[in-house]
Design a protein around this ligand. Structure first.
Ligand SMILES: NC(=O)c1ccc[n+]([C@@H]2O[C@H](COP(=O)([O-])OP(=O)(O)OC[C@H]3O[C@@H](n4cnc5c(N)ncnc54)[C@H](O)[C@@H]3O)[C@@H](O)[C@H]2O)c1
Length: 379
């Protein structure tokens, strides 16, 4: 069987995760990669067993064998590379956030439609089986009427003033850092599982380090902790380390979400609890194979991820029997399976699309406007 030929642009943290997930679909093959350092890209290509590395993304886009392009670069490049990839006739899988501006999202959506290409955004966290189980439970009315949703997405990799990433600088990351970087997953997930939309937001931001020390040599995400204290330059920080967003959703739901990258010990924890008139559920991505189900009348339960205990849709997002834990890499695989099914079989979008990417930019912009002006903002 001939496999779909894929190129991956950006080889820091998430690029290699894409390479692995694409391979695990069984229907696609990564034939080329590209970073912004040719020597490093060649080394990574060799390590990952990828045929060729290109010194420049434009050369990768000009490769006629490549049908799908994955964009895993810093945020500020997503719009430009997506646009050029579509114009080069490729399907596009872009990392979040889709772009820095709403107009850019609109342009990309229109272009994708005009050229009839699959346009996906990698909100892979939707594809955790327990997240899909919660979606199914809500759809079937197991929770009753939803009253409130509270949660957070917290990390600690920016805890020290020597922790630096391009994510700290608005020219690369956009107007928000924690909201765009991790809050986008949280809000995408909540809207996806509830089938309702956030209607207004009220946000409080804090930047605990007004100045950070930027290493004078290149640093990739999460690698800060293995750098020797060495040569740094001080840079002013304009993006938030912390945000709490109050929100309203649909006609009745009230909620809150905290995003933070300076919480010691929280490595990469997305948490939500959804309280309904019949039952409540809570999920923690660091214990992603378990769902807590709260009950007023009976004993509370813990559902362990196991296809035989889950609704059929959610069961379709698991690959291994219960007790054989699945995690982040598996959520990537299941998201990619759906994207490639759409590319090959025109099955329609059971994956996150450019429209979903646009929605998150809209929410981020509203949150930012609210924080800056200290007022509620309607969406
Ligand atoms: N879906 C997820 O769970 C998830 C997780 C992490 C990151 N992301 C997203 O992925 C993107 C990358 O994040 P990361 O953590 O991998 O960052 P990173 O800094 O570790 O890697 C970025 C890579 O982009 C490359 N790059 C920069 N400019 C380039 C150019 N002009 N041409 C080609 N390559 C270029 C760099 O060489 C580097 O390898 C971000 O937009 C981020 O929001 C998503």
């Amino acid at each position: 069987m001939s496999r779909v030929k894929v190129g991956v642009i950006g080889l820091g943290f998430i690029g290699p995760v894409h390479v692995e997930a694409i391979r695990r679909t069984g229907v696609a093959e990564v034939v080329a990669v590209c970073g912004n350092n040719f020597e490093k890209a060649q080394k990574k290509a060799a390590e990952m067993g990828v045929d060729r590395a290109y010194p420049d993304y434009k050369q990768l886009l000009a490769d006629p064998e490549i049908e799908v392009v994955h964009i895993c670069t810093p945020n500020n490049l997503h719009y430009q590379i997506s646009k050029e990839a579509l114009l080069a006739g490729k399907h596009v899988v872009c990392e979040k956030p889709l772009a820095l501006e709403m107009e850019q999202c609109d342009e990309l959506i229109e272009l994708g439609k005009k050229l009839n290409k699959v346009c996906a955004v990698n909100f892979n966290m939707r594809a955790y089986p327990i997240v899909q189980q919660v979606r199914d439970m809500i759809e079937r009315g197991d929770l009753g009427e939803i009253f409130s949703i509270n949660g957070s997405y917290t990390q600690d990799w920016m805890l020290l003033d020597t922790d630096y990433s391009w994510r700290a600088e608005p020219k690369y990351t956009g107007c928000t850092r924690t909201v765009a970087d991790i809050g986008s997953h949280w809000f995408d997930m909540i809207e996806h599982i509830c089938g309702q939309r956030v209607t207004s937001v009220c946000a409080d931001f804090a930047t605990f380090y007004k100045v950070r020390k930027r290493p004078l040599k290149p640093v990739e995400t999460y690698s800060g902790k293995i750098l020797e204290p060495g040569d740094y330059e001080e840079i002013p920080v304009e993006t938030e380390d912390y945000s709490t967003v109050l929100f309203r959703m649909g006609d009745k739901i009230h909620g809150s979400c905290t995003t933070c990258q300076t919480m010691a010990g929280r490595k990469n924890r997305l948490y939500f609890e959804i309280a309904g008139s019949k039952a409540m559920v809570a999920w923690d991505s660091e214990k992603c194979n378990e769902l807590w189900i709260g009950s007023r009348e009976g004993a509370n339960q813990t559902l362990i991820r196991d296809a035989s205990l889950m609704y059929p849709n959610a069961a379709g997002y698991t690959s291994y029997p219960g007790g054989h834990n699945e995690g982040f890499a598996d959520s990537m695989k299941h998201h990619m399976i759906r994207i490639y099914d759409d590319i090959i079989n025109h099955s329609g979008a059971s994956h996150a699309t450019f429209e979903d990417g646009r929605r998150e930019v809209e929410i981020c912009n509203a949150v930012y406007e609210s924080a800056v002006n200290e007022k509620w903002v309607k969406l």
